[in-house]
Design a protein around this ligand. Structure first.
Ligand code: MG
Length: 395
């Protein structure tokens, strides 16, 4: 009965149900800067069915690195629980948030989806602990950056095609994947690919609005799901979360409207409201920025300051939440204990493979630059494979 009543009181949804037309500032797939390797034209019918950014998304979904994301984690290790986010579910959440916002702003949803699904492909096992450890191991050999590694995965490491390495993605997807890059690496990349995806780090320009959107959707996603995972793991409490204005506001709203609500539904409803409000905030603030700067093409938008943004108030709230999570979750003694262990596993494996490259698969063992080959092999591992390899090699 109550269900019937609920349905009867729900108002019909308004707003665009179908993807709208691309705004002038969106990346138009018909004007893509193309791929690095020439490809045989797809049959006309197939070409009409999928644009270049849809093809990119499909290549990413079918890649080996994408399937590995299911056994890679960022905060909680894969074996600690079945319900915690993995890099795969995180990437899907980023794609969902990104597409919603893209549709509202007239941006290229397919491109947003492709970037979102690929943005974490280069992450090491064991989240940030693994990345830090590998970066330290590689200090004398050019370092290790996960954004750059995501690009290496799609440019070099995937082995899917007969005549080239990698997935041969379009410029726009690759531009979005390379979210950060140290200046030294940008110079090296730009020497290999003059005027390519690394150029903007040297010019100080912005990536496409679709790429900017993915960065923001990434932060919205992890801030929300880390609260969820943090509370469910028992490492964070709802009481503690009251010191975070962004959460406390929606928590209070939830309890005011549903005084009887208890348990995890309070948590979920608070997070749901927080997510929705951030999405609406980004849409409103970005519309304002677009109205002010009026970019009339994707390239004009790249010359503007970052236009995909929160309002000033939401930006401050989001930063406060991030710093709360840093202090109370990522630096929680229980998390630190497992990250210390993870760091050790990565460092040990690195030393072992450098000393005995033949322990790696033949294609890696045969490479001249041993440290880079080890970094590529090791960063591709899932949490559980790295754990097993460590046990095997330490036996
Ligand atoms: Mg991410």
């Amino acid at each position: 009965m109550s269900q019937m009543a609920d349905i009867a009181t729900v108002s019909p949804e308004s707003g665009p149900a179908l993807p709208g037309r691309l705004a002038p500032y969106a990346c138009d797939p018909a004007r893509s800067r193309g791929r690095r390797h020439a490809e045989v034209e797809a049959p006309l019918l197939a070409a009409n069915v999928r644009n270049p950014h849809q093809r990119d998304r499909d290549r990413i979904v079918h890649s080996t690195a994408f399937r590995r994301l299911v056994y890679k984690t960022q905060v909680f290790l894969n074996h600690e629980g079945d319900l915690f986010r993995t890099r795969l579910t995180h990437s899907l959440e980023v794609a969902q948030l990104g597409r919603s916002i893209a549709r509202a702003l007239g941006l290229n949803e397919d491109l947003v989806e492709a970037i979102a699904l690929a943005h974490d492909l280069g992450h090491t096992p064991f989240g940030h602990a693994g990345q830090d450890a590998l970066n330290a191991c590689m200090a004398e050999h050019g370092g290790f950056e996960h954004n750059l590694q995501s690009l290496r995965v799609v440019d070099e490491l995937e082995e899917r095609y007969p005549s080239f390495n990698g997935l041969n993605l379009s410029f726009e997807t690759r531009e979005g994947i390379l979210k950060h890059c140290a200046r030294r690496n940008a110079e090296l990349l730009d020497a290999q690919e003059p005027g390519g995806v690394a150029r903007r780090f040297l010019d100080g320009t912005q990536p496409s609005l679709e790429a900017q959107l993915c960065n923001l959707a990434d932060a919205i996603a992890y801030n929300a799901h880390d609260i969820d995972d943090g509370v469910r793991s028992g490492l964070l409490t709802l009481e503690q979360m009251q010191e975070v204005p962004l959460f406390a506001r929606y928590h209070a709203q939830t309890l005011a409207q549903h005084p009887q609500l208890q348990g995890r539904r309070v948590l979920y409803e608070s997070i749901r409201r927080m997510l929705s409000d951030q999405v609406y905030d980004v849409i409103a603030a970005t519309r304002e920025a677009l109205a002010q700067h009026q970019p009339d093409s994707a390239d004009a938008a790249r010359q503007c300051p970052p236009l995909l943004r929160f309002s000033a108030a939401m930006h401050a709230d989001s930063r406060a939440l991030k710093s709360f999570l840093f202090r109370n979750l990522y630096r929680h003694p229980q998390v630190m204990q497992t990250t210390d262990w993870a760091r050790q596993v990565v460092s040990d494996l690195f030393a072992i493979y450098v000393a005995r490259p033949h322990e790696m698969p033949a294609a890696y063992a045969a490479r001249a630059d041993v440290p880079r080959a080890v970094a590529d092999y090791l960063s591709g591992m899932t949490d559980r494979f790295a754990t097993r390899e460590h046990a095997r090699m330490s036996a």
